[in-house]
Design a protein around this ligand. Structure first.
Ligand code: ZN
Length: 310
């Protein structure tokens, strides 16, 4: 049994930058790389196995042809999508539908996501949630473009974590490098795009659908659990919800740290430090999947990494 190391699909977008290439060494096609889809089996982008028995196979192919790697889970698609995002400019203010709304209106899955701030500029901020108490108030503030009254803008710092359930208005803003773990869906409703032009035209807005799906009033929860310290490892569950569980691990010291994988699969995203897993060197930007039955992962070195599973 082997770990499935992945090469990302990198996406050029107007608001992207150069940090994904500089910091993680990804092969990119230009200098506006906004997203590296590091673990992806989506019709709009796939990650590819880099070594071992399945080298060259995409995650979609593994899901379709080798479902035993995922404990023969049910489902048409691999359930999660993990991205690293470099926002050199502001992303539009947006919202995602839940599964029920997306199924009826878009024939796809909805999208709940979460963000870990890998790095950010001094003074960076993000948008999560809004201040309207009723749908009527929300509609009025949107129609009158009273964005600063409506939106909840929060300062951020490295290491912050945000759970963005479907129906939550949000935007990543400039100077932010984020690890995003989400449902495997690419459905977005754009509420406001700062009146920017792309090729001389504003991008399409989806105001009616956005108003349909935005939760009102919007309560934001801090899903983080207490930090645990155990045998050379600090770990913290960042979110444990019905769609996914994400845990941050910080390893340091002389002893190996063993992480158990009793799940259908376990995704690992290395964010900082140097070290190894089961004797293989790993570095920031490396992403891999421990398949079903790969029960123990032994880490050594000084590392910060994230694990996620369903
Ligand atoms: Zn989003």
């Amino acid at each position: 049994m082997e770990l499935l190391f992945m090469k990302p699909y990198c996406k050029e977008v107007l608001w992207g930058g150069t940090k994904l290439a500089e910091k993680f060494g990804y092969e990119t096609e230009g200098d506006h790389t906004g997203e590296a889809w590091v673990v992806a089996a989506n019709k709009n982008g796939v990650s590819t196995v880099t070594e071992g028995e399945y080298a060259g196979k995409t995650l979609t192919e593994l899901w379709n042809e080798h479902r035993e790697l995922f404990n023969n889970m049910q489902g048409e698609e691999f359930p999660l999508l993990v991205k690293l995002i470099d926002a050199r400019d502001d992303l539009s203010i947006q919202v995602h539908p839940d599964d029920a709304y997306a199924k009826v209106n878009e024939n796809c899955k909805g999208k709940t996501e979460c963000w870990y701030i890998v790095d950010c500029d001094e003074g960076a901020d993000i948008v999560t949630g809004h201040k309207a108490q009723t749908k009527e108030e929300l509609k009025k503030l949107v129609e009158e473009k009273r964005w600063s009254e409506l939106l909840n803008i929060r300062p951020i710092k490295k290491g912050d974590f945000f759970f963005i359930s479907s129906g939550t208005v949000h935007a990543i803003r400039k100077g932010t490098l984020i690890l995003e773990i989400q449902q495997n869906s690419d459905i977005t409703y754009r509420l406001y795009d700062y009146d920017r032009l792309q090729n001389g035209k504003p991008r399409e807005l989806h105001t009616a659908k956005s108003l349909d799906v935005i939760t009102c009033p919007q309560e934001l929860k801090d899903t983080r659990e207490a930090e645990k310290i155990y045998r050379g490892q600090k770990s913290q569950v960042l979110v444990d919800c019905p769609l996914f569980t994400v845990t941050k691990h910080m390893v340091s010291g002389a002893d190996e740290v063993v992480i158990d994988n009793p799940y259908d699969f376990l995704i690992v995203n290395v964010l900082e430090g140097t070290g190894s897993v089961d004797g293989r060197k790993i570095k920031p930007g490396d992403s891999f999947i421990a398949p079903y039955g790969y029960r123990k992962l032994a880490f050594s070195g000084t590392l910060t990494f994230m694990t996620s599973h369903v």
